[in-house]
Design a protein around this ligand. Sequence first.
Ligand SMILES: [Zn+2]
Length: 233
Amino acid sequence: MVTSIKWLGHANFMIKSAHEKVIYIDPFIVDNPLCPITVDDITQANIVLVTHDHFDHVGNAVEIVKKTGAIMVAQPETAGRMTSELGLPAEKVVNFGMGMNIGATAVLDGIAVTMTQAFHSSGTASCAGFIIKLEDGYTIYHAGDTGIFSTMKILGELYPIDLALLPIGNAFTMDPIQATRALTLLNPKKAIPMHYRTFPVLEQSADRFVALANNEAPGVEIIVPEPGQTIAL
Ligand SMILES: [Zn+2]
């Protein structure tokens, strides 16, 4: 098997590792105008990551955990709200039901998940990003919803990044200018833009980001998938 990724619109991605483990990040499916799948289409998930407690990121995470038995990775207060209000089984939350926080790494099914800082708001706890090191070492960074921060340079040094998933949509996150500068700090091999097109208030295409990135970070391969398209990594 080859590692692959699908963008499901907004910050929602499905990663399938070479060892056939399935990871969902911010699985906003119902009411996501770009998402081409339904919750019923999901038959396997091993890990579900939630960056923060906003409706367009918590999305259908709890339903996916319930139907697949996946482990939920979120901050303690966010996991706690999902447990008390949304019926998330506490034993499915990482770290024996306690959740995790920024700076920590949990190894799940041979996949190392590190929670990183992100600068944004959240209904509970704070916003986070994730660095996901798959079984074979392939490393993916999902920035969460955030503005740019200089610690991205340290993250790129500590965890050499094969693929960066970066918000470019403006309004609530980095715009194409900040996301392009983030590429120069993170120094990934490849990048996929996210958190755009979903709502009218957001940047409506990746064109401006692609043009800036090609100019200012020419060593990074920018991939712009359509929602639902499988990208082999
Ligand atoms: Zn968002």
